[in-house]
Design a protein around this ligand. Structure first.
Ligand SMILES: Nc1[nH]c(=O)nc2c1ncn2[C@H]1C[C@H](O)[C@@H](COP(=O)(O)OP(=O)(O)OP(=O)(O)O)O1
Length: 163
């Protein structure tokens, strides 16, 4: 698969009201208007974890350290009708950061209960892989989008081997 390499980084917070994940309303670019994870393209010369650290700072003004990011696995998004949109995503989770998430030009962040994700405002595929990763599964996922580039045609999940 020819695909852009991107990252997603999910901040997690467990409190009296249960497990919460930081998502954000995307204000610009790909997926504008959707509730998405924090992340973006891995730039030339960067590792995936370095890109995640940079994107978290740029998008929600929070410092995360590479050593505090736990890789949950990978998700390949395949858009058969628009192969130029294909993305190979490295997904990280973290419970440790510095600062309070705040809005940027790209993302308006908010905490969401993991048990009640705003699925109607997210990419349709997200509910097939995000709760599993947050629950601790380490998985490699392939999402095939439908010809409308929005609906899910199929989702394949295997154990992520760690490479
Ligand atoms: N089907 C899908 N489901 C999902 O949950 N996230 C998806 C997705 N397809 C793409 N994404 C995410 C992965 C990646 O973090 C993001 C797209 O990358 P970017 O935010 O970097 O794109 P933009 O074009 O807005 O920004 P630039 O990188 O500045 O060009 O969308």
């Amino acid at each position: 698969m020819t695909a852009a390499h991107v990252t997603l980084c999910f901040l997690l917070r467990n409190d009296a009201e249960g497990e919460h994940v930081l998502l954000g309303t995307k204000k610009t670019g790909f997926g504008s208007g959707k509730v998405v994870g924090v992340g973006g393209h891995v730039e030339p010369g960067e590792t995936a974890v370095e890109a995640a650290v940079r994107e978290v700072m740029e998008e929600i003004n929070v410092v995360v350290r590479a050593a505090d990011l736990v890789q949950a696995g990978t998700v390949d998004f395949i858009f058969p009708a628009r192969p130029e949109w294909n993305m190979a995503t490295t997904v990280y989770l973290t419970r440790t950061w510095i600062g309070e998430p705040s809005e940027s030009d790209e993302i308006a962040p908010d905490w969401y209960p993991v048990a009640r994700l705003p699925v109607e405002r997210m990419w349709a595929d997200a509910e097939h892989w995000l709760p599993a990763m947050i629950a601790g599964q380490r998985i490699a996922v392939q999402v095939d989008l439908a010809p409308d580039n929005q609906s899910v045609a199929s989702v394949y999940t295997v154990a992520w081997s760690g490479s």
